[in-house]
Design a protein around this ligand. Structure first.
Ligand SMILES: [Mg+2]
Length: 275
């Protein structure tokens, strides 16, 4: 049986440099993987709008996962038949794991009276305020605000109230992932579930190949995907502690941060030279 690797990768701080968002150092390895027909599948907190721009720069035509695992986008025609459980959305077959943005906005509106002045969120902030709090350019902020399945929360209240907020959500079966500056609320969708579903889809579509999944990430919100894959690779971060895996799988730790570490650890694991 032909061996087939699938490379699932976080973007910020992993394939993209933490500070500059550049990926020059990974370019030769990206080209090598494309030549070897090894798909590189972005799996990120970014939105579809952000990904569509980035895929052009990356010259990547493979599926991708947006908003922290909320949805998997597969380009139409990528597989010979439409995968099960997907919907037709524009040029993509889409499998979503989360309610739509409006659900989250309405949930936050309903909580506002109990947490007066403790939080705000993207659609309430408006783009000028998003620019101010993210450091993104106005154009980039507009793409980040073009959300489909989630609503980032900016916490401005006390730690005690934040704990109360998390507890209240947990009682409704939802939990909070703390990103850099924003809180992300999830109903259980995560990068791990998206990786597992997409891997099963590849396996159904390519039954004559033995699939091995590799996942690369640099932070806590990558844990679920690192634990769901066959070979986790943790990319060194200049700002974050290494995420700690509970499974005792043979994790690879990169020796360098960002795209340099991305290339170096894949070269070591796959034993392929860079072009
Ligand atoms: Mg990251």
């Amino acid at each position: 049986m032909k061996q087939q690797f699938l490379i699932f990768t976080d973007l910020d701080g992993t394939l993209l440099d933490h500070h500059t968002y550049r990926f020059d150092a990974a370019q030769p390895m990206l080209e090598t993987l494309e030549k070897l027909a090894i798909p590189v599948i972005p799996i990120t907190s970014k939105t579809r709008a952000e990904l569509l721009a980035l895929r052009v720069a990356l010259n990547n035509q493979h599926p991708f996962v947006t908003e922290n695992g909320a949805a998997v986008f597969i380009p139409k025609g990528y597989f010979s038949t439409q995968p099960e459980e997907t919907e037709n959305v524009g040029d993509f077959w889409v499998r979503s794991f989360s309610p739509v943005r409006l659900f989250w906005v309405q949930l936050l509106e309903s909580l506002a009276h109990s947490f007066r002045g403790d939080f705000t969120y993207f659609s309430k902030m408006g783009e000028a305020s998003i620019v101010q709090h993210t450091g993104l350019s106005p154009d980039a902020a507009a793409l980040a605000n073009d959300r489909e399945f989630s609503e980032p929360v900016l916490w401005t209240g006390s730690e005690a109230k934040k704990t109360e907020f998390k507890t209240m959500l947990a009682e409704h079966g939802m939990w909070v992932i703390e990103g850099g500056r924003f809180l992300h609320i999830s109903n259980g969708s995560d990068k791990g579930k998206a990786l597992t579903w997409l891997t099963q889809t590849y396996q159904q579509q390519w039954p004559d190949r033995a699939i091995t999944t590799v996942a690369l990430g640099d932070s806590h919100n990558d844990l679920a995907m690192l634990e769901a894959c066959d070979q986790p690779i943790i990319i060194q971060s200049p700002t974050k502690h290494r995420p700690r895996l509970t499974s005792n799988s043979s994790v690879i730790n990169s020796r360098l941060p960002g795209p340099e570490g991305w290339s170096e650890s894949l070269e070591r694991y796959l034993k392929v030279g860079m072009t």
